[in-house]
Design a protein around this ligand. Structure first.
Ligand code: 76U
Length: 470
């Protein structure tokens, strides 16, 4: 009797798979010896009471994978394979518990996160119409790998748009499209000498900070004054690259006045290899006045790398961002880009092209801007009403979040812990303090986002916040 038993009523696997698995396992465990003869197909079929076809399918698969071999007119033999090293323990193949992810459906949660956008009013119908056009017109483009910088047509649309809305001066050739700003920053910084000094705003965007540190740059945090990154510190830093968010400092919200912008541009122009990365992540949302032109638009020396994203104007899950490289860096990028791939989804990129071209994008941004402005005002009013003199709001009319300071005896840890209990998604300033330590007694600073909370839920969210902080 051969060693296999079949679970004939087993629903999970076909019989041939069970036979295949049985022989494979025995071969791997050394229970079948190298060059041992296997029963003939007919013999095994009789023994297991299955058809010869079933045995043939199992043997063919084992042959294809190299577990067994045939000798003509003699039969099937076990291949000479090494015993696989590893502890024979079922638990061994299981994922350790500390790596398991909790699947919380966020039911009952309210969000004051700065990372989200409001999808309730997204014009999905328009988007799908544009997507249909892509499927109709771009089969050839979709079947091929795109240019590493992204399809020219899409770059052209983006360059025209940021020219109009942000004053960015560029040709489609200068644009690199990517799946997320950090991945573009990674591509840009790979071209630089690793031990160079890179200066970042502190408080600032911790993902850039961590990324640059991991890449082995010397990262210098720059404090902020009321105009943004302090110019004296920038000058003293010996940095080659400076990362800034002039339109709406992340996360404090400071809008950099033109005087500081010019100081920074002049600092960059003073030496050959100095650059400023202008992270223009949410400038489309400027309330009460017109939006403020980009830093790139007043640069006369090709020293600004402009980065933009559709995470705020569309939604973060779309993962479409772009950077604009000055000619010298573009040349370096092109030299290295032969090995690079375009990581964005081409259907989404071409859809975006039609979405912008048809005017649907501008219309959407305008509508959302109005909508966000209302939610922002409502949140601020309700915070003042509830917290009274215990809250101070940095009321800068821009973006999808603002900073608020609360007078309290609670610690950051207590606030965040309580937020989890009352199901409120919220982030404190601690997330953005890179090296500078802000902690003050009797005070916590929060970054409050209002994009992804429904108007009718704002009062409840403020209530929960009150429970966390007071
Ligand atoms: C982005 C800043 C300062 C860029 C941002 C964001 O990758 O294009 C914030 C956090 O979506 P991407 O990133 C755009 N620069 O705040 C947007 N916010 C981040 C992504 F949602 C997260 O981690 O605190």
């Amino acid at each position: 009797m051969f060693f296999l038993t079949l679970d004939k009523n087993g629903e999970s696997k076909f019989k041939y798979q069970q036979i295949y698995d049985g022989i494979k396992e025995k071969a791997l465990q050394g229970k079948l010896k190298a060059h041992e003869k296997l029963p003939s197909k007919r013999q095994l079929a009789n023994e297991l009471k299955v058809s010869i076809n079933t045995i043939t399918t199992a043997y063919e698969q084992l042959l294809a994978e190299g577990y067994i071999y045939t000798v003509e007119r003699k039969g099937f033999y076990v291949e000479n394979i090494d015993h696989i090293v590893g502890i024979e323990n079922e638990l061994n193949n299981k994922l350790p518990n500390d790596l398991k992810e909790e699947q919380d459906d966020k039911g009952g949660w309210l969000s004051l996160s700065h990372m989200t956008s409001d999808l309730l009013s997204f014009p999905f119908n328009e988007w799908l119409k544009c997507q249909q056009k892509v499927i109709k017109n771009h089969k050839k483009d979709l079947s091929e790998l795109a240019h590493p910088q992204g399809p020219y047509k899409v770059r052209k649309t983006i360059s025209r748009m940021i020219g109009l809305t942000r004053g960015v001066i560029c040709e489609p050739e200068q644009i690199v499209i990517g799946a997320g700003t950090p991945s573009l920053v990674g591509q840009l910084m790979e071209l630089q000498k690793l031990d160079s000094v890179v200066a970042v705003e502190d408080p600032g965007y911790s993902r850039f900070y961590t990324l640059l540190k991991k890449m082995d740059f010397v990262v210098k945090p720059i404090s902020l004054d009321e105009k943004g990154a302090e110019i004296e510190q920038v000058a003293a830093s010996k940095a080659k690259f400076l990362f800034v968010t002039p339109s709406h400092q992340f996360p404090t919200g400071i809008i950099m006045p033109v005087s500081r912008r010019i100081e920074l541009l002049n600092w960059a122009a003073e030496a050959d290899d100095r650059y400023i990365v202008e992270d223009d992540y949410d400038s489309e949302f400027k309330y009460e006045t017109d939006s403020i032109p980009s830093l790139q638009s007043i640069d006369r020396n090709h020293r600004v790398i402009y980065t933009g994203t559709f995470s705020k104007t569309l939604f973060p899950g779309i993962r479409i961002s772009y950077m604009v490289l000055p000619p010298k860096l573009l040349r370096e990028y092109r030299k290295h880009s032969a090995n690079l791939m375009q990581y964005s989804n081409l259907i989404a990129l071409f859809t975006l092209h039609y979405f912008i071209e048809s005017g649907a994008y501008a219309k959407h941004v305008k509508r959302m801007s109005h909508h966000y402005e209302l939610k922002r005002k409502l949140l601020i009013n309700l915070l003042k009403k509830r917290f009274k003199h215990k809250v101070e709001i940095m009321d800068i009319p821009a973006g999808l979040h603002f900073r608020a300071s609360f007078v309290t005896e609670k610690t950051y840890k207590e606030v965040i812990e309580k937020a989890r209990q009352v199901k409120l998604e919220i982030y404190s300033m601690k997330r953005f303090m890179l090296e500078y330590k802000y902690e003050e007694d009797s005070k916590v600073d929060m970054i409050l986002g209002f994009a992804n909370i429904k108007e009718e839920d704002i009062e409840e969210a403020v209530d929960r916040l009150y429970q966390c902080i007071m």
